[in-house]
Design a protein around this ligand. Sequence first.
Ligand SMILES: [Zn+2]
Length: 278
Amino acid sequence: MRGSTVSNNEIFPEDLLHPKQIIKTFESPAMPVGHPAEPDLFARHLGIPGHDQAALEAARILMAGAGGLNSWAALALARSGARSIVITDDDLIDRTNLSRQFYFAGDLGERKGLRLAHNISAQAVGKASVTGIALPFEQAVKEFALPADILIVGVDNNACRLQCVQEARKRGIPAVFTMLSRDGMRCQCFLQGPLPSDPCLWCALPNLDPENIAPCASAIITSCFLASAFTIFFVHRALMGWPEGVKSFNWREADLLGVVPDSKGLIVRRADCAVCRQ
Ligand SMILES: [Zn+2]
C-alpha cells in the first residue's frame, strides 16, 4: 500500500465494482432424439403405480434450501424429468458440506443456491430450466416473481419452515417438509396439502419452536438419501395423486438404526393449531 491513505484504487472493495450475482438460470438441452424404435427416456417410469410423467414435466418446482436434503431431491427431480426448478439458498459452501451435498472443490466459498442450480442442470436428462437464487427463501419470494406448483422445504431451521408453511398456504399449493434428527439417523417427512382445511406442519408437530435454529449437529449422506426418497415420493403424490387402491398418508418417519419403528400416518388438521387456525 502506498502512503497513509486507505482510499485508493488498489483496495477499493471488489464487491462494489462487481456486485455479486444473486440469480442465474441454467438451461439444459433436450436429449437428442434416438431411433424411433428406441424406448423413451422415461419409459421405465410407465409401470410405476400412479406415475404421471406429464404432471412432473409440467410442474413448476420451488425449493427452499440447497443442503444435504435438497441436494439429492433436486438431483432426483432433474434426472427423472422435472423441467422447471428454482432453488433458493444464500449459505456459503464449506469443506464439511462436500461429504454429503452435491458440490465440488471448485464450489467452495460460493453460494449454495447458485451452485446447486448449476450442478443440477448438468444432471437434467430432459429439457430443463434450473434457476438458482443466492438469497434466503423469504427474501427470494419477495424480490422475484417465482410462480410455483409445489414447494419443497429442506432447511435446518423452524423460522424458515414457518415462512414456507405460510407461503404455501397463501398460494394454495402443496409443500413437502423434510427434517433429520440431531444425530442424523432419523428422518421425518410431511406433505402439507394445498387447501386451508389440510393440516399444516404445525398441526403435525405442534411443539416446533418457530425461533429455533437447529443445524444438524451430525449428518451423513445415508440419511440424506433416505430423506430425499421420501421427499420425492410425496412430491410425486402431490403432483400425480395416489395410485388406485392405495390409502393416502401425509406423514412418514424412518430410522436408519431401526431403533424407532418406521411409521406412516394421516395427520389431520388441529382446530387449535397456532399457525393455521386463522
Ligand atoms: Zn396447522
